[in-house]
Ligand binder design. Structure first.
Ligand code: ADP
Ligand code: MG
Length: 634
């Protein structure tokens, strides 16, 4: 040991040696992240120095805190300098010679030697400072702790193979300088443009300025680059989401949205939250103003930009959003996740699941607020993304009630095609004694609103929701109930108006059913092979007949969805319900001629199919039958 510089050589802790060996191979394809790690450390050091200066702990005066990145092609070096807290000699030996994390040995013992698997594991472990050795065959650190004098500086050096040296050095500035002597296959990291783009990409929102020597292209027309001593800041140097809400203007949020979403238009709304407690993270979540063209594409990129402590980690981290909120854009910045967190880890981590649940709640809260306070904006949102939100009824059972509150429907109450009525609106208008929320599903709003199935409800002034989105039948099968009311498809055989009918009405219905028994039997005979059953109904007012589905049968939408996925469904024969008091049925009842009866019965069935927007199996037959009838009358 030299007495002047007190030079000493020490061995790395066993775990560090192991980690170094594994890392150099397993991170090879992704080694550019070393820069992010070094800048992150520099930023941490600046954070600490700022904190200590503010807290007055080190007696240090607040310094100009920034990070500098320099490269030298000839010397084959890359240098990252910060004006942060620096390290004492003891710090250096501890931090750059051991791994402080508990469970390190245990973790390393799990590594299999399989490079691919190990690189993922190392990713979740966090490689930090040692990642410098993926691009450098020699690393030097010059550091002076805040509060130490110039002669108390420290020089650390290692080739990463097992040992390092430390010695005293005279350093004029507080802070740390990390010098990487680049490997021959890593010389691209001595290219200034490459470094700039990496800084932009990974460290743009580091809260401190990251500076590089200014480059000016010479005037002589050649693109010779001259390096000046002047520095310029490469990053934007302020993480927007880390600033407090009240110091940010709407324009700031809108500009940042455009940056993260690559959308030209402004967002509808946003929500900026800091979550504290067991997990700490900040989210800045945006609702876009319009649906992207690939909203329905399975492989569309989605998700949030993930930062850990303001350091960019991943674009499109889809693990932070449930599928039905895939249109949300923004940032999540975690204080707890390791910097090297990988996509693979995100997929299987219970912490991430908890964060996803928290983020979903924030989005739902934002939507609820919008729905309540800014109905115009909510209407825009619903038009663009309503169908996606509907998926949440099936996907997110924990929030089903909250999502149900966000649903908007067309209804017989408004007679408008706009989906702008909430379930709460419906309940506020329900009749006394009404235990169900009635709805009908059809391909179009017009078909839905003219559906024979809701004639009697209409006549009694009972509101029916008109559902026309292709996911509606599927969604309703998950919805079950809302505020204690069950949902009732009015085209189902089990429609029961219960207490909405008076005692007299019920008695009359029963009498009618009995009286029609014989007619129903005749019709069934005449239509055998085409219908499953025929019975009389009270759901009709003006129409002579309609088709109904059993409660557990797939409707037209579900059949379409399932057929689209290649499933073969058994052919179904409908149940025909008749309005026995209708003149057409009365005429049928009086017909003695069996052929004529059959002809009319067929027309009755075809009409019922057409009235609900269905397709006839033999349209030409229908036309012939109709014409025969028209000529017979003439
Ligand atoms: P982590 O950042 O997760 O703690 P690293 O391996 O990146 O792990 O760094 C190890 C430690 O070395 C840091 O915690 C810090 O104490 C010290 N260190 C590294 N770089 C610097 C720096 N530029 N300034 C001050 N301390 C540093
Ligand atoms: Mg680090």
């Amino acid at each position: 040991m030299s007495s002047a510089t007190q030079r000493e050589t020490r061995g790395f802790q066993t775990e560090v040696k192991q980690l170094l060996r594994l890392m150099i191979h397993s991170l090879y394809s992704n080694r550019e992240i070393f820069l992010r790690e070094l800048i992150s450390n520099a930023s941490d050091a600046c954070d600490k120095r700022r904190f200590e200066a503010v807290a007055g702990a080190s007696g240090d005066t607040p310094a100009d805190l920034f990070i500098q990145v320099r490269c030298d092609k000839e010397a084959k070096t890359l240098t990252v300098t910060d004006t942060g807290i620096g390290m004492t000699r003891q710090d250096v030996v501890e931090h750059l010679g051991t791994i402080a994390k508990s469970g390190t040995a245990d973790f390393l013992s799990k590594l299999s030697g399989d490079q691919q698997k190990d690189s993922q594991l190392i990713g979740q472990f966090g490689v930090g400072f040692y990642s410098a050795f993926t691009v450098a065959d020699r690393v030097e650190v010059f550091t002076r702790h805040a509060g130490a004098v110039a002669t108390q500086g420290v020089h650390w050096e290692s080739d990463g193979s097992g040992e390092f040296t430390v010695e005293n050095a005279e350093l004029s500035e507080v802070g740390t300088q990390v010098v990487l002597h680049l490997k021959d296959d890593a010389l691209d990291f001595s290219d200034s443009w490459r470094l700039r783009s990496l800084i932009k990409r990974y460290s743009d929102h580091i809260g401190f300025a990251i500076k590089m020597p200014k480059q000016s292209t010479a005037d002589d027309g050649k693109s010779e680059v001259a390096v000046t001593e002047e520095l310029e800041t490469i990053n934007s140097a302020q993480a927007l989401w880390t600033r407090s809400r009240n110091e940010l203007k709407d324009e700031d949020y809108v500009e940042f949205y455009k940056h993260v979403s690559h959308d030209f238009a402004a967002p509808i709304s946003w929500s900026h939250n800091k979550v504290e407690g067991k997990r700490e993270y900040t989210t800045l979540l945006y609702l876009p103003g319009r649906a992207p063209f690939d909203l329905w594409s399975r492989d569309a990129v989605r998700g949030l930009k993930l930062y850990v402590k303001r350091v960019f980690i991943l674009d499109d981290a889809e693990q932070f959003l449930p599928m039905y909120l895939r249109f949300v854009k923004g940032v999540v910045d975690s204080s707890d996740l390791p910097l090297n967190v990988s996509r693979e880890l995100l997929q299987s981590d219970s912490e991430i699941e908890a964060m996803r649940a928290g983020i979903a709640r924030k989005v739902l809260e934002m939507l609820a607020r919008l729905a309540k306070e800014e109905t115009d904006k909510y209407a825009v949102f619903w038009k663009e993304f309503g169908q996606v939100i509907k998926e949440g009824i099936a996907e997110d059972t924990a929030n089903r009630e909250r999502i149900a509150k966000l649903l908007r429907f067309a209804s017989t109450h408004t007679e408008r095609e706009e989906q702008d009525q909430s379930l709460d609106d419906y309940l506020a208008r329900q009749k006394s004694g009404q235990k169900q929320i009635f709805y009908v599903i059809a391909d179009t709003w017009n078909t839905a609103r003219q559906s024979p199935h809701l004639e009697r409800l209409r006549a009694k002034g009972i509101e029916v929701l008109l559902l026309t989105d292709r996911v509606d039948e599927w969604m309703m099968s998950y919805l079950g109930e809302y505020e204690g009311k069950t949902f009732q498809d009015v085209s189902r055989a089990d429609l029961d108006l219960g207490d909405l009918l008076t005692a007299e009405e019920k008695a009359a219905d029963e009498k009618g059913t009995e009286a029609a028994l014989a007619l129903c039997g005749r019709l069934r005979e005449a239509l055998s092979g085409r219908v499953d059953a025929v019975r009389s109904t009270q759901r009709l007012a003006d129409s002579p007949a309609c088709l109904v589905l059993n409660a557990d049968e797939y409707g037209a939408q579900m059949r379409k969805l399932m057929e689209a996925t290649g499933q073969k469904l058994p052919e179904k024969r409908p149940t025909l319900e008749i309005n026995a008091t209708h003149p057409l049925l009365q005429r049928l009842e009086g017909l003695a001629d069996e052929d004529q009866f059959k002809e009319l019965a067929s027309l009755l069935l075809d009409q019922a199919i057409l009235a609900e927007g269905g397709q006839l199996a033999e349209p030409a037959e229908f036309v012939k039958r109709l014409n025969r009838l028209l000529f017979a009358k003439a």
